[in-house]
Design a protein around this ligand. Structure first.
Ligand SMILES: *Cc1c(COP(=O)(O)O)cnc(C)c1O
Length: 368
């Protein structure tokens, strides 16, 4: 079976985890601080590590003062995590449609959903592409909104010569097992706004003020000060050790993912009944490779691929179709795309021969 996605782990990660285990200090300590320093260097901005990408978005929103009674504009076509992170703060996610060519948030649609409760917009860098991110920032400035980028797919992606996270308001990344780099589970909040990053540092440790500084020295606070609701969302030394090792390998992962995407594009872009996203894969570091099937039943194609040993996915079931987030309006592009999309295998252990096999197989299925 060719896997849709997987963690890519070598002896370096095993050694790093073993080193932490042998120290017998598994929780949040100096290893997390080192990972944060390395990430801050990578982004050129402060990075605060948390237990997941979902936690990163939730805490970024809370740190920005967004909560009960507020509304957050977000595309429906995203992982459930984006929506759950918003509703966890007490705010309401407002489902928006996406543009046809980029699958990024449709700003005209978003504009139609604005009201006095709207406090933020979350652009989701779907399939690692950020669309016209400058327009999102212009929109946010015009309507006085915070921008929290869901950059879970976009670690290492460049936009107009700058790496995502190195500019803008707040960017949230995920290091779950299958993302561009992993720390087992984990995430990070990146921002230039010290009020945000300092607050996230407290919120991840039950709201205990300045506890992070203690933990970095492998200590804890005893005479604690708490003035708000916090969470147990910190990162552990074990996770940070995996993350640090993966960060060192990132340039290899990046090249491989980009080469595989370019190969897919080359093999599939001339097939009439398939639409690919022809992003610039010198800038974009693809986390998933999504195609649209225009002529045949998507589910039938998936089943036939599965029979030939190729695992595929559907990213994602739109959130406005879920009972918990059901909207009383429809999202035409999102709903149309949802019936067409298939995610093909992509991870940095995938071989070029496997991509050829996947393309040949897909071609023969579509032809029939
Ligand atoms: C992975 C992901 C998240 C959440 O990250 P976790 O680390 O799994 O909590 C959020 N948004 C998107 C688009 C994702 O793909």
């Amino acid at each position: 079976m060719i896997r849709l996605s997987k963690s890519v782990i070598g002896k370096e990660e095993i050694q790093a985890v073993t080193r932490i285990l042998q120290n017998e200090f598994l929780g949040m300590g100096d290893e997390v601080q080192k990972f944060e320093q390395e990430l801050s260097f990578f982004f050129g901005r402060n990075a605060v590590c948390v237990s997941s990408g979902t936690a990163a978005i939730q805490l970024a929103l809370q740190a920005a003062g967004i909560g009960h009674g507020d509304e957050v504009l977000v595309q429906s076509l995203t992982y459930l995590a984006t929506f759950q992170a918003i509703s966890a703060t007490g705010a309401t996610p407002v489902s928006c449609d996406v543009y046809e060519d980029t699958f990024t948030i449709d700003l005209q649609f978003a504009e139609s959903k604005l009201n006095s409760k709207t406090k933020a917009i979350i652009p989701v860098h779907y399939a690692s592409n950020v669309g016209n991110l400058n327009d999102v920032y212009k929109f946010a400035e015009q309507y006085n909104l915070r921008v929290i980028e869901d950059a879970a797919h976009a670690f290492g992606t460049y936009y107009k010569g700058k790496v995502i996270g190195s500019f803008g308001d707040i960017a949230c990344f995920s290091f779950d097992g299958i993302k561009n780099i992993t720390s087992g589970e984990g995430g990070t909040v990146v921002s230039n706004d010290l009020k945000i990053t300092e607050k996230v540092k407290n919120l991840r440790l039950l709201g205990v003020e300045k506890d992070s500084e203690k933990r970095y020295k492998n200590k804890r606070s005893w005479d604690i000060k708490v003035s708000e609701q916090g969470w147990r969302y910190h990162m552990s030394n074990i996770m940070a050790a995996i993350g640090r090792t993966q960060l060192k390998k990132f340039s290899t992962f990046k090249t491989k993912r980009q080469q595989l995407a370019k190969q897919y594009i080359q093999r599939l872009s001339n097939i009439k009944s398939i639409r690919v996203f022809n992003f610039d894969f010198d800038d974009v570091v693809p986390h998933i490779f999504v195609v649209r099937i225009l002529t045949k039943q998507r589910d039938e194609v998936r089943e036939l691929l599965n029979k030939r040993g190729i695992q595929t996915g559907i990213h994602y079931k739109p959130n406005h179709l879920l009972a918990y987030y059901k909207s009383d309006y429809s999202l035409p592009n999102t709903e149309k795309f949802y019936s067409e999309i298939i995610t093909l295998p992509l991870h940095s252990d995938l071989s070029h021969e496997e991509v050829d096999y996947i393309c040949d197989t897909l071609n023969s299925i579509i032809d029939k």
